[in-house]
Design a protein around this ligand. Structure first.
Ligand SMILES: [Zn+2]
Length: 295
């Protein structure tokens, strides 16, 4: 790159995501902790976002580059401190992350997915969101509100039950919405339409639907990690699996290779998508991608 400015940025806050050429950056070691106290950084995040600076930047401003930049990713963050959630969520959808790190990451992220919060053990596994779950029912099935609380120092059972029901409803609706956007192939930006928010305000005034950036940066990546984890758990139990791959163009337009795994019962799982960059067209690269999936 000819100048010090990042090639591209789409955020104006301190934590700017930029597109980089890894060759222009110099890695630097992590600073030693200044003393006892303070929370140590999450080792996964330290592995995923490598501290560096741009070679020709006289100020040597701190940049964190995705570890996938070693093998094709171009994402980095110009920031003094890593944003854990942003790094984890990028890594969840970055196809250049080393396989072992990806699996570790999926396991952690999957637990935060909207659908993961619907596990029967937390009592939130309700039927799909429907009119029957609207707010007017939230208070109708629980314990009736006592006329007075005999001991004001004790938390009210009514309030606790109400909070649990609202938390469960929020978890269910978050999961329903992320599935609606993903299965429908809708742009997350639709979640910022005032009309979308109005629907929810009328239907469930107590519910605050995720914004486009929350969907894009938190809910969708964690849901994808959840699906990948479940898929892998299931495929481990199968034998005689077949693998297929094919190149195609998506709307962007961008070429991608998709890799499917088919079980003997003819269930087809989309296992991976690999961006077809120039490198991807070589037989060696395709072999590498398939070999990674097979292992
Ligand atoms: Zn990346």
């Amino acid at each position: 790159m000819a100048n010090n400015a990042p090639e591209q940025s789409h955020r104006n806050d301190e934590d700017k995501m930029v597109t980089i050429n890894v060759k222009d950056y110099v890695d630097i070691p992590e600073p030693k902790p200044r003393g006892p106290g303070g929370r140590p950084p999450d080792p996964r995040v330290v592995q995923l976002a490598i501290r560096c600076y741009k070679r020709d930047d006289p100020k040597k401003a701190t940049v964190f580059r995705c570890i996938g930049t070693n093998s094709g990713c171009r994402s980095a963050w110009v920031t003094a401190k890593r944003s854990k959630q942003r790094v984890l969520n990028h890594a969840a959808s970055c196809e250049h992350i080393p396989c072992d790190l990806r699996e570790q990451l999926d396991g952690g992220l999957a637990k935060t997915a909207p659908s993961a919060k619907l596990h029967p053990s937390n009592g939130a596994n309700m039927a799909p969101a429907s009119a029957s779950m609207m707010s007017h029912r939230v208070g109708s099935k629980g314990p009736s509100k006592p006329s007075h609380n005999p001991d004001p120092s004790q938390p009210s059972v009514y309030n606790l039950a109400k909070k649990t029901r609202l938390d469960n409803l929020t978890a269910q609706l978050d999961a329903d919405i992320v599935q609606f956007f993903c299965v429908g192939g809708l742009a997350p930006s639709k979640a910022n339409l005032p009309q979308w928010k109005t629907i929810w305000q009328h239907a469930v005034p107590s519910y605050n639907p995720a914004s486009a950036s929350k969907l894009e940066e938190y809910h969708i990546p964690s849901e994808a990690a959840f699906v990948r984890t479940k898929q892998l758990e299931h495929l481990w139990t199968c034998v005689n699996l077949s693998i297929t791959f094919d190149g195609q163009k998506i709307h962007s337009p961008q070429s991608v290779y998709t890799i499917h795994i088919i079980t003997p019962d003819r269930e087809v799982y989309l296992f991976d998508g690999n961006e077809a960059s120039e490198e991807s067209h070589t037989a060696d690269h395709l072999f590498q991608v398939l070999d990674t999936v097979c292992s």
